[in-house]
Unconditional design. Structure first.
Length: 167
């Protein structure tokens, strides 16, 4: 059974422009993560195939093609995100079949760290799956706050002490 947010579930924190995949071989997709009262809604803003196709167009047509492809991808993200304005969590899930809801109770552990290149990395470990996420380094504070809201007791790794001290 696919989990869904409750009708009174409110958005508490948001991390934008997240690249996420399920497991080692999962397709990387663009999401906005909506941390709600009882779970995390992964709102898909661009799919894997569209990202790959636009990247290949950029590669075939050099720097100009790459700039056009990047601009087109950003427009898709904005359209995807803009199309979510005013919708309920359930409507967001229905809008894109790649969007999904992850209840906090299903999360066994969560890790948060800054990658070698400075990007933020976050992983959600469940009994049957793992979701790996990457986002811009300027959203690390937002990620810490989002995890601290309901998942600080399940934090794994060096940022756990930072979260616990800030409470």
């Amino acid at each position: 059974m696919i989990a869904e947010p409750g009708t009174n579930d409110q958005i508490r924190h948001v991390i934008y422009n997240v690249k996420a995949k399920k497991g080692m071989a999962g397709a990387i997709r663009d999401y906005d993560l909506l941390f709600m009262d009882n779970g995390i809604l992964f709102a898909c803003t661009a799919g894997a195939l569209k990202s790959v196709l636009k990247a290949s167009v950029g590669a075939q047509f050099g720097a100009v093609g790459a700039a056009l492809a990047q601009g087109s991808m950003e427009k898709d993200r904005q359209n995807g995100r803009g199309g979510l304005q005013g919708l309920t969590a359930k409507q967001i899930l229905e809008k894109n079949d790649k969007s999904f809801y992850l209840p906090y109770m299903d999360v066994q552990t969560v890790s948060l760290k800054k990658g070698l290149t400075g990007i933020g990395k976050m992983s959600f470990h469940l009994l049957e799956a793992r979701y790996d996420c990457e986002f811009s380094k300027d959203q690390m504070d937002a990620a810490r706050a989002a995890i601290g809201y309901k998942l600080s007791a399940r934090m794994d790794g060096p940022d756990q002490m930072t979260l616990l001290r800030s409470r």
